[in-house]
Ligand binder design. Sequence first.
Ligand code: CP
Length: 312
Amino acid sequence: MQHYTSLNDIQDLSAIIEKAIQLKKNPFQYNDIGKNKTLIMLFFNASLRTRLSTERAAKNLGMEVSVLNISNAWNMEFEDGTVMNLNTSEHIKEAAEVVSQYGDIIAVRAFPTLTDKAKDTSELIINSFKKYATVPIVNMESATDHPLQALADGITLEEQKSEKKPKVVLSWAPHPKALPHSVANGFVHLMNKMDVNFVITHPSGYELDPNITKNAQVVYNQEEAFKDADFVYTKNWSSFSDYGKVLQSDADWMITQKKLGKAKFMHCLPIRRNVVAEDAVLDGNNSLVIEQANNRTYAAQVVLKELLTQLK
Ligand code: CP
């Protein structure tokens, strides 16, 4: 593994999930592998889980960690050939190579604009880091993907499933703000690689990028989609076709305990209570949200360990 910017960077997903489960049993078994190595985490956007779990993962491997909120650095330019006489002060060409002098792995969080579809779809920021940095890049959520979250969700599903081939439903839910597609896309990538019966449900107009969903089954009736579900993974996302727009905020799509039935509930967090899912769901025994957050550490740890092994 040279970089970790998508689940496709993992050759054998089942093997990586198994390695993560083993790391979880003994998180300090490789606490020397990152000695004298530094992880630099660059945040263009806010984070609670990604920041703390990735730092913890790196420290479990013996790494040093430096964290920079990009709002505290120079405004960065990503376009090639720009005359930089406006408000950007530093080009990614220098910035990525400079940061590579200070760290052995660079992790980046950069959300989409949700206004410039072409720019977001091209993954300009994460791909620019890949292009100009001289060390491995880890995606801590980019314009279109969240592969650390997806891997943590894969670990959680593997740990929690009681059927060999469970039915997993990805359900859109309401939210007052326009949110990225990254988590939903990452989960679809995961489902394409796991042995599951996968169904997506959302109101009309919220179809995800067809290049990502490909042949996934979409059921527009949420109740029908939830029938016999073992897991319901819930997430809001804005429209992809009417890019970045909130088309409706239909409270009928909120996840309730009645709709959920016996299915286990998953969400990446943070979650708006009684908007996305009611209290009874989040406080109930079938909620896996804390375990998903816990598994973020072992997802990051197994990825960092693979990258460190390549550095040696
Ligand atoms: N799920 C997730 O990525 O959480 P944060 O945005 O808090 O990092």
